[in-house]
Design a protein around this ligand. Structure first.
Ligand SMILES: [Zn+2]
Length: 298
């Protein structure tokens, strides 16, 4: 067996954790192989070719549209590609990713362009879309349930193999960095999606950018920790708001409220978009009110 292909369970011999290059750190990500269905294709070009040779991937299930989860699509010429309807557009037309990240015409956009060229990113034809709770039948024993978990992107999905209780969380990735910085991200949805995963009985969780977590109680603890990162960001952002002086998200640009330091221009834009998502959440929860083009605490 190749050294990046790891069996996950003695009882389910055809389910494997597929480790992404550089331990699944961006611009790579981890995958889950169930039969010859592969969830996400960002493990690296070399690895995806080796994997396909050994398992002849029939269908690639895409958790969401982000480049680090779909970069290997073009190396699976005999595979079908399926995803949630809400994420289809930027997968079929990767140029849409630039406005989705709000980086069109910026230095950050140039950084992205370099990455896209490095990966040889190409458009992917989606053959079928799926919805929440849909069952993808692999064989008599393996059935994947789609768990729509919007927030990271609008069509972000987790997947749950019903018999093994092995799940794929995509970019509800249990790292220290929840990410919701694209125009289709939504923070309230993101928090609800974390709770949705918490309510499932999961034995093994595989994520896009972290090692698998074993045991349902450990998984719930990790989901809570992940959510608490969002609450810490809330504290930092809200501490800048008062009941008198209106503040706009742009006033908080470049203040390291989410990124401790900025390595790329892209991160300054991402941070601002995420701060806007926090403001959207405060409006929905009636914590703030608009005043003179800004916001004050209620
Ligand atoms: Zn992502």
């Amino acid at each position: 067996m190749l050294d990046f292909i790891h069996p996950l369970s003695d009882d389910f011999r055809n389910i494997y954790f597929i480790e992404g290059e550089r331990n699944g750190n961006y611009p790579f990500s981890h995958s889950l192989l169930i039969g010859n269905y592969l969830i996400d294709t960002g493990i690296s070009g070399t690895r995806i070719k080796k994997l396909n040779k050994q398992f002849q991937i029939n269908t690639a299930i895409l958790s969401h549209w982000h480049e680090d989860h779909i970069s290997g699509n073009k190396l699976l010429p005999n595979s079908n590609f399926i995803c949630h309807i809400s994420d289809k557009l930027p997968i079929e037309d990767i140029e849409m990713m630039f406005p989705y990240y709000k980086v069109e015409g910026t230095d950050a956009g140039k950084e992205f362009r370099v990455l896209f060229e490095m990966f040889g990113m190409k458009n992917t034809k989606i053959s079928k879309t799926f919805n929440d709770n849909e069952i993808i039948n692999i064989d008599d024993h393996l059935k994947i349930k789609v768990i729509h978990t919007p927030g990271h992107t609008a069509g972000h999905c987790g997947f749950y193999e019903i018999n093994s209780k092995i799940a794929f969380f995509g970019d509800i990735d249990l790292t220290r960095f929840p990410y919701y910085a694209t125009i289709d991200s939504d923070l309230v949805d993101y928090e609800n999606s974390i709770d949705k995963l918490k309510n499932l009985e999961i034995e093994i969780a595989v994520m896009g950018h972290k090692d698998p977590v074993f045991g349902s109680s450990n998984i719930r603890v990790e989901l809570d920790k992940f959510k608490s990162v969002i609450f810490k960001r809330d504290e930092r952002i809200l501490s800048n708001l008062t009941e008198r002086k209106p503040i706009r998200p742009i006033d908080l640009k470049g203040k390291n409220l989410i990124y401790k330091r900025y390595t790329y221009n892209f991160e300054i834009i991402s941070e601002l978009v995420m701060i806007e998502k926090h403001f959207d959440k405060y409006l929905k929860k009636n914590l703030i009110t608009t005043q003179d083009n800004g916001y004050i605490l209620n």
